[in-house]
Design a binder for this molecule. Structure first.
Ligand SMILES: Nc1nc2c(c(=O)[nH]1)N[C@H]1C(S)=C(S)[C@@H](COP(=O)(O)OP(=O)(O)OC[C@H]3O[C@@H](n4cnc5c(=O)[nH]c(N)nc54)[C@H](O)[C@@H]3O)O[C@H]1N2
Ligand SMILES: Nc1nc2c(c(=O)[nH]1)N[C@H]1C(S)=C(S)[C@@H](COP(=O)(O)OP(=O)(O)OC[C@H]3O[C@@H](n4cnc5c(=O)[nH]c(N)nc54)[C@H](O)[C@@H]3O)O[C@H]1N2
Ligand code: SF4
Ligand SMILES: [Mo]
Length: 693
């Protein structure tokens, strides 16, 4: 046996960043385990375990490339890193000289590992940073910012102690994060009740105490009726509400029309059951969670629906209650200061191109509205944007309106994709920069926020297999070429990490002990007698003067969502435990074998109406775009919907396993690069026709 090592690190097969233990033998990854010091067990989700197959797959970009043919033709010229970086820097310099740095936009996958490219953008002076959230969490982020002053991901859930949880279309056990799924199962095993509401049955539904198949897009009606019952029958936590909630009179009068009987007609859920949910939740309060969701780019009214869910939590007094929801604690709560690279970034004074925070004051700049970018590029309004960098982001798959994106790409002077895969965006880019994989690089220190915050670090386990570089190396080199090297003062990742830890007494070596550094030995709760929310009043703003002043009502009257016209169905999508999003895992040798393609799920009555049966290939079309996909017939989907897993239909031939298999949902979602009140794209307002192929 050769040299064996165990390296603690963080997974990157999805965005969950689960702590892992990488087993290395003779410089080769043998196995990836869950970090037992964090999880109490070594198991991981299937994608995490398939990280080994990803690492040793050759079907990924292996060196920098510059496009050498038509966009999307797959003709590339292999270049050195110097040539690729010089090529990019020369274009950026010219653009900056002519139109300013604001003409450069960058989008990424969000989360804490975004520090270095945010620093890069700030160093050159561009405000145009976007996350992927326009097609994920924007509506729930902006809703909670408006109601309690925090982003979605800084709110945690005390699942293990929860007695009653109502979940609206958050598929916790399939669209999963290892630790969270474990906690939800633990909650159910210890007697907590899960009420699950979705337009189709799934694994989460299978574990629920009650499952309701709701009429698509009508969840806001259900939430309003729940508030109606709770308010009219004084089922709320009076002390908590009196102390912390602004706008109870407004709320009381607003919900009067929305009775359970009214909601039954909208949602299809019996009025009696709606009442029961309200009473049962009130009985269990404050150990109650109304789950606001994560991927919330569903409909136009998402913002209000998510505001209504947070309102339900406030009425239950579940903020900072055992078994309820809490504000995630960070290093500061434990008396530590961990330096972040962006803390040394210069302030950017230019205005964003998408209106987030200005034209739309309630939409936060933190995430922006990526759906606006193609239009800005195509019209030059409010100003020209001429270069775009996709950093660990695949908008051609993740965002609707493929054709509009490609048109915008054609108008740009420069499109750069920094990826570890042949993303579709990379395929259509001008330059591909292959990043070293998560097993081949060290990132910066992050704080795992929660009741027991920890420091964590993604650490290099093996040498890069190909001619790739880490994000630190890429952005430092680009900044240097643009004369902004002083903003990246660290020699390498190790120096950066040790700089972040300065003053704490820890160094990078400390991550080798158990992978994470505990910042506290006890869970931290804020004092429920003395809570402060980050809103103008410091309270939970069910009525928000800030919104009203911006011309946005605190709650909008419920409007029935448009139904699919005769002969059409609502396209609904989601995820499976075996794959991540669009391109991260669909070509993975192991995961592809387990789930090579997606299918179109239709209710038996719907299948009959359209004259198709199980196994038929159908052509699904919308607005002149067509996708082909095989049908599965199931009584467990709502008759008005056509459901498919997100992100198949690969058109990159170099990905031989996933190429040509299944359909790509987002290509059908034409016209959905829209700005809704929550800043999200209304993806599930797509109607499709279908016919037998
Ligand atoms: N219709 C429809 N659209 C959706 C969804 C849906 O369910 N239906 N889901 C939405 C949701 S929830 C989200 S979060 C978005 C996700 O959209 P994306 O963020 O685009 O998807 P990901 O697969 O997470 O990763 C994006 C890219 O990052 C690359 N990548 C992975 N690891 C690394 C790495 O270590 N370094 C670098 N540089 N690149 C890496 C992957 O290869 C991939 O090309 O899509 C959204 N769009
Ligand atoms: N295995 C796996 N796990 C993941 C990811 C992954 O790609 N793969 N991605 C991670 C990311 S980035 C995210 S955002 C989360 C996403 O986690 P989820 O938010 O759970 O994401 P989806 O799988 O997109 O689930 C959307 C659900 O909404 C339901 N739905 C659609 N319309 C309606 C409606 O009108 N009402 C109700 N009540 N339900 C509706 C769909 O049927 C589907 O079950 O998962 C994370 N975990
Ligand atoms: S949920 Fe799975 S894929 Fe995502 S970070 Fe955790 S182990 Fe990795
Ligand atoms: Mo997401």
């Amino acid at each position: 046996m050769g040299e064996r090592r165990e390296v603690y690190s963080l997974c990157c097969m999805c965005t969950g960043r689960c702590p892992i233990l990488v087993e290395v033998e003779d410089g080769i990854v043998k196995h990836i385990w869950g970090n037992p010091h964090v999880f109490g067990a070594k198991s991981l989700c299937p994608r995490g375990a398939a990280g080994v197959a990803f690492e040793y797959d050759n079907e990924r970009p292996q060196y920098p490339m510059i496009r050498d043919g038509e966009r999307g033709s797959g003709k590339w010229r292999r270049v050195s890193w110097d040539e690729a970086l010089d090529f990019i820097a020369d274009k950026l310099k010219k653009i900056i000289a002519e139109d300013g740095a604001k003409a450069i936009a960058l989008s990424d996958r969000g989360g804490p590992h975004t520090e270095l490219h945010k620093l890069f953008l700030a160093a050159i002076g561009s405000p145009n940073y976007f996350t992927h959230d326009a097609s994920c969490s924007n509506s729930v982020h902006n809703a909670h910012m408006s109601i309690a002053g925090h982003a979605r991901n800084t709110v945690g859930y005390d699942y293990r102690n929860c007695k009653y949880m109502v979940v609206f279309g958050r598929n916790l056990l399939e669209s999963l994060i290892t630790g969270e799924a474990r906690n939800v199962i633990e909650m159910i095993n210890s007697g907590g009740k899960l009420v699950y509401i979705d337009v189709r049955w799934n694994y989460t539904a299978s574990k629920a105490y009650k499952f309701f198949m709701i009429n698509p897009g009508t969840d806001y009606a259900l939430a309003l009726a729940l508030i109606n019952v709770i308010v009219n029958n004084n089922l709320y936590d009076v002390d908590f509400v009196n102390k912390y909630v602004v706008g109870m009179e407004y709320l009381r009068s607003f919900v009067q029309p929305y009775t359970p009987e009214w909601a039954e007609k909208e949602t299809g859920i019996p009025a009696e059951e709606i009442r029961k949910i309200a009473y049962e939740a009130a009985e269990a309060k404050p150990s109650v969670i109304f789950h606001p969701g994560w991927m919330t780019a569903w409909t136009e009214n998402d913002f209000y629906f998510r505001r209504a869910i947070y309102t339900l939590n406030a009425l239950m007094g579940s903020y900072e209650a055992k078994g309820g929801i809490f504000i995630a604690k960070g290093a500061g709560d434990c008396g530590y200061k961990i330096k972040t690279p962006t803390s040394i970034a210069p302030k950017v004074t230019e205005e964003r191109c998408d209106g987030a925070g200005t034209k739309y004051p309630w939409i936060r700049k933190n995430w922006g509205m990526l759906q606006v970018l193609p239009e800005v590029v195509l019209t030059g309004n409010p100003y020209p944007v001429r270069a775009y960098i996709a950093m660990r982001h695949d908008p051609l798959v993740a965002m609707p309106d493929f054709d509009t994106w490609v048109k915008a790409f054609d108008k740009l002077d420069l499109v750069v994709a920094i990826d570890v895969n042949w993303s579709l965006t990379a395929w259509y880019a001008d330059v591909i920069l292959p990043e070293s994989t998560y097993l081949e690089r060290t990132d910066h220190v992050i704080v795992r926020k929660g009741l027991r915050p920890q420091l964590a670090l993604r650490q290099k386990a093996v040498e890069p297999r190909f001619d790739s570089r880490s994000r630190f190396q890429i952005f430092k080199a680009l900044a240097e070429r643009l004369g902004k090297g002083e903003h990246f003062p660290w020699k390498d990742e190790v120096e950066l990490v040790n700089w972040q830890l300065e003053g704490t007494g820890w160094t990078i070596e400390d991550f080798q002990k158990k992978g994470v550094i505990d910042l506290t030995d006890k869970p931290i709760w804020y004092d429920r007698n003395n809570l402060k929310f980050n809103t103008p009043t410091g309270k939970i703003e069910v009525y928000s003067e800030f919104l009203e002043k911006a011309g946005v009502p605190s709650f909008a009257p419920y409007e029935r969502p448009a139904s699919p016209p005769e002969g059409m169905l609502r396209l609904v999508t989601g995820k499976i435990a075996l794959h991540t999003q669009g391109r991260t895992t669909s070509n993975n040798p192991i995961l592809n074998e387990l789930c090579p393609e997606n299918h179109l799920y239709l209710h038996p009555d719907t299948a009959k109406k359209f004259g198709v049966k199980e196994g038929d290939t159908v052509v699904v079309s919308a607005n002149g775009t067509e996708e082909r996909i095989k049908v599965k017939v199931s009584p467990y989907v709502h008759p008005e919907i056509a459901f498919m897993l997100h992100g198949f239909g690969d058109i990159v031939p170099l990905r031989t396993r996933s190429f040509g298999k299944g359909a790509l949902d987002t290509r059908l979602m034409k016209g959905k690069l829209k700005v809704t009140v929550g800043g999200n794209c209304p993806l599930f307002e797509t109607f499709v026709s279908l016919k037998k192929a």
